[in-house]
Design a protein around this ligand. Structure first.
Ligand code: ZN
Length: 130
């Protein structure tokens, strides 16, 4: 089974599962099936991220689409994972206390509720490390 096909069957949003290149050690999140450094020589394997990282920069969102309005104001940050990749994610915390350089870890939280169908969407978010 190819890596690409493998990933389609994985509940990626429930876990911080990405990939890494065994040849150069570079990590990818979201997962990639190809290493841009090693190209054909790369060997891509799955990698479960620890889900810990550092806030590189952030912004406080005060208005959002209606389905997300219950969340405002919220902190949207670029987090550099300990393994290297940077991701954009929500930090669940008091926006007044957000700081660049703070340590955060991933948690599993509700992202939005679809009002019509009542479907609840879940995904990875981050919280400050105490
Ligand atoms: Zn590589």
């Amino acid at each position: 089974m190819t890596v690409a096909r493998f990933w389609r069957h994985l509940p990626q949003r429930y876990n911080m599962v990405g990939t890494k290149c065994e040849k150069c050690g570079r990590h990818f999140f979201p997962p990639r099936s190809f290493c841009p450094d090693c190209r054909r020589a790369g060997k891509i394997v799955e990698h479960k991220f620890k889900g810990e990282g550092t806030v590189v920069t952030f912004t406080v969102i005060h208005t959002a689409a209606e389905q997300y309005s219950m969340l405002t104001p919220y902190v949207l940050a670029i987090v550099k994972l300990d393994e290297g990749p940077q991701i954009t994610t929500q930090i669940v915390m008091d926006p007044a206390k957000a700081k660049i350089g703070m340590k955060v870890k991933s948690v599993f939280r509700r992202i939005a509720t679809d009002g019509e169908s009542g479907i609840i969407h879940y995904g990875t978010k981050f919280v400050p490390v105490e």
